[in-house]
Design a protein around this ligand. Structure first.
Ligand SMILES: *Cc1c(COP(=O)(O)O)cnc(C)c1O
Length: 473
């Protein structure tokens, strides 16, 4: 440096003393040896992760109509609150006395969920919807054990989410499927034919996975209760009914709520989530311990549950998700009803616009989602639902849920949520109509999609079983 100054003939400027030291930290605190970090700079590392994140898709990047998953906008204030020092740094081994704020939040969330679901008691422990199902089925199993009955069968509609039979089976129940009728609802007569003294429960989703409200739900709950059986409500579709009705009014006994879906937490990347389970009065004593209680002065953990199935998750479940859900519920207040209203309106709007170009197997007013079929495109042009899903990725749109529910061939399950504007919905309609048109005149283009994404068609089984996580340019 000194040479450069001198060579360039910068004369007249006095250079500072070579020994001048600009470190302002007391030398006794300075590191004496190399810290031994990898040989990339912070900037290089940042660019690496930014580039990876740019390759990913999220709700902030574009429309995400992934049916059954409720990919609504997650307000950023949730993140701020979940990161408050008093919550984020709380040690799980603190005594109740030293964790009053966190316990109060959990208690008040339990109370809110009781009100929203109509139920009488809540556990916040389960880490996701499927974990809630498992917890609920364990409760049902123990309920019959205590009653001295050994009922083995659980009835599940053929439209159900795969986790329903998986959870019941994991608890040792035998799964009995019940078929759907021509309206896409549980076939009551088929159900009657399945009832006997060995049936422990039915697991239902309402609105069901076709986005259709089960109009016979009251008759079903009457039939089940008369048979001495219980009703489990898969609450994944709760976003359709908030404040309008609830599972208690429909006659259910056990309910799980997917907080990460209905009550706004970023999800889809593998967690964490939260799947609180709410039960009726008669099942209160079976909940996992501890539950949070309030004695009028203090909040405390209660292990005092006569028939508790035990603990299903370490400490308090995924506490950070509970904070987000509670923040969302407080912020929304009476507008939770409006969220359901707009979710249903948006779904019906899309359904009416899209049924012109795609088959709509169950043409009825829908709730918060609906299921199209790509069968027309498949049989006429050789373009499958998978091809359509991939083509959407070229249009900055996350594909809808595909090939689920299983009872619809080439299923395309669309859930817009309440978060989207009419402009976004109209853009999506245009893109879907464009793809349907393209499938007719240039099917090759759709069949070979996506064309613009960082990776094209992945071997999904291989990607799940043998993930290659190394970074290549
Ligand atoms: C998402 C979903 C589940 C499972 O919930 P997770 O939180 O993903 O475990 C169960 N049933 C239905 C209908 C769902 O959409």
């Amino acid at each position: 440096m000194k040479t450069i100054f001198e060579k360039n003939g910068v004369s007249g400027i006095e250079l500072t003393d070579e020994k001048e030291d600009l470190s302002f930290i007391n030398s006794k605190f300075l590191r004496q040896s190399n810290v031994g970090l990898p040989e990339v700079s912070e900037l290089e590392a940042m660019r690496h992760y930014k580039e990876l994140s740019d390759k990913n898709f999220c709700i902030e990047k574009g429309f995400y109509p992934l049916g059954s998953c409720t990919m609504k906008y997650n307000p950023k204030v949730n993140e701020f609150l979940a990161n408050l020092e008093g919550f984020a740094s709380l040690h799980p081994h603190l005594s109740d006395e030293d964790a009053q704020g966190a316990l109060e939040l959990m208690y008040k969330l339990q109370e809110a969920l009781k009100k929203i679901t109509g139920m009488d008691a809540v556990t916040l422990q389960p880490a996701a919807g499927a974990h809630g199902e498992l917890t609920g089925m364990m409760i049902i199993k123990k309920y019959f054990e205590v009653k001295g009955e050994s009922r083995k069968k659980v009835i599940i509609p053929d439209s159900a989410h795969g986790t329903n039979p998986a959870s019941a089976h994991l608890c040792g129940f035998d799964i009995v499927p019940v078929k759907s009728n021509e309206k896409g609802q549980v076939d009551i007569n088929a159900l009657k034919g399945l009832l006997d003294s060995d049936v422990a429960a039915i697991m239902m989703t309402n609105p069901n996975t076709l986005g259709i409200f089960e109009e016979n739900v009251l008759e079903i709950s009457k039939l089940m209760h008369e048979n001495g059986s219980l009703l489990y409500y898969d609450g994944a579709n709760f976003n359709a009914i908030m404040g309008y009705t609830n599972p208690k009014l429909m006659g259910f006994d056990v309910v799980h709520i997917n907080l990460h879906k209905t009550f706004s937490t970023p999800h889809g990347g593998g967690g964490p989530g939260a799947g609180p389970v709410c039960v009726v009065e008669s099942l209160k004593e079976f909940l996992p311990a501890p539950v949070v209680k309030f004695d009028g002065k203090n909040y405390y953990r209660s292990y005092d549950l006569k028939h508790s199935i035990g603990s299903v998750k370490g400490f308090f479940g995924n506490f950070g998700i509970l904070i987000r859900a509670y923040a969302y519920i407080l912020m929304m207040g009476k507008n939770l009803k409006e969220a359901s209203e707009n979710a249903v309106l948006n779904a019906n709007y899309l359904k009416e616009k899209l049924k012109k170009a795609y088959l709509l197997p169950f043409d009825e007013p829908c709730m918060h989602e609906f299921v199209l079929s790509g069968e027309k495109q498949h049989s006429e042009n050789g373009v499958s639902t998978l091809n359509i899903a991939k083509a959407l990725m070229d249009e900055n749109t996350h594909p809808p849920t595909v090939y689920f529910p299983l009872i619809v061939h080439e299923a395309i399950m669309i859930e817009p949520t309440e978060s989207e504007t009419k402009d976004v919905l109209d853009d999506f309609v245009n893109v879907m109509l464009k793809i349907a048109q393209e499938a007719k005149i240039n099917p090759e283009k759709i069949i070979s999609a996506p064309h613009t994404t960082p990776v094209k068609r992945l071997d999904e089984t291989m990607a799940a079983r043998h993930p290659d996580l190394s970074y290549k340019n």
